[in-house]
Design a binder for this molecule. Structure first.
Ligand code: SF4
Ligand code: FES
Length: 242
């Protein structure tokens, strides 16, 4: 990818054409709010928080920086009054959807939403950012969850909102969720995901007896990757101590 220079809020920075603007801007120290972006996962442009203005050939547009690629001769504006207004509006919409989620409350306050949201409140915990579904598909390769339903009924779930056959219990969905909506219960021998209606037994370390990983996750990984036989017989600490 050829290197180009782009102008951002009056400063010149280097970037490669085709790279998405958000990681370039974050790496260069610009403070761009974002909730549905992860560098390991294809961008989706769901939360609309990462809005910036891009000017190319004399035309200026508001775009989501996580899904907008670097091109030659672009000038970027990250902090205009118009962008701040757009972001506050997005924050208000998220706050109306998830009024009890602390991460959203903090984000809205940081963006200047000081007197709550003007929009009708719901009581959701999920902002439909799709990080969980994309991680499950693109990183884990299990594709156990997806968006189900349409319009106001849209939610993240398993096929037919039934017990998941494909979930392996790895917990990537819960780990990546920016609102901590995906509950994981661990009671010693089992890990449970109430939303996906599944519960997994842990494999134990043959040396110290600690939990290693859910047995189903181990089976999945052994089939998928070339991992030496017996690798998961021990927990990481005992493996490193051997
Ligand atoms: S459950 Fe979490 S990660 Fe998944 S779409 Fe909702 S907010 Fe995003
Ligand atoms: S981070 Fe770009 S739309 Fe969510």
């Amino acid at each position: 990818m050829p290197e180009v220079t782009i102008k951002v809020d009056g400063k010149t920075i280097n970037a490669k054409t085709g790279e998405m603007l958000l990681p370039v801007l974050l790496a260069a120290g610009f403070d761009i709010p974002h909730m549905c972006y992860n560098e390991e996962i294809k961008p989706f442009g769901a939360c609309r928080l990462c809005l910036i203005e891009v000017e190319v050939g004399g035309r200026r547009n508001v775009v989501s920086s996580c899904s907008y690629p670097v091109t030659e001769n672009m000038e970027i504006f990250t902090d205009t009054e118009s962008i701040k207004k757009h972001r506050r509006m997005v924050a208000e919409l998220l706050l109306a959807r998830c009024p009890e989620v602390e991460q959203i409350q903090k984000l809205a306050a940081a963006l200047g939403v000081v007197s709550g949201s003007r929009f009708a409140k719901k009581d959701e915990g999920c902002i439909l950012c799709g990080l969980c579904t994309r991680a499950c598909e693109q990183v884990v390769g299990a594709s156990a969850i997806s968006f189900v339903g349409r319009g106001p009924e849209k939610e993240v779930g398993t096929p037919f909102l039934d017990k998941s056959e494909d979930c392996i219990g790895c917990g990537s969905c819960a780990y990546i969720c920016p609102t901590q909506y995906i509950e994981v219960k661990e009671d010693g021998d089992f890990r449970e995901f109430p939303l996906w209606k599944v519960k997994f037994e842990f494999a134990k370390c043959k040396k110290c007896g600690q939990n290693v990983a859910p047995k189903k996750q181990i089976e999945f990984m052994m089939k998928k990757a070339s991992i030496p036989e017996g690798w998961f017989d021990y927990c990481q600490d005992c493996r490193e101590a051997k």
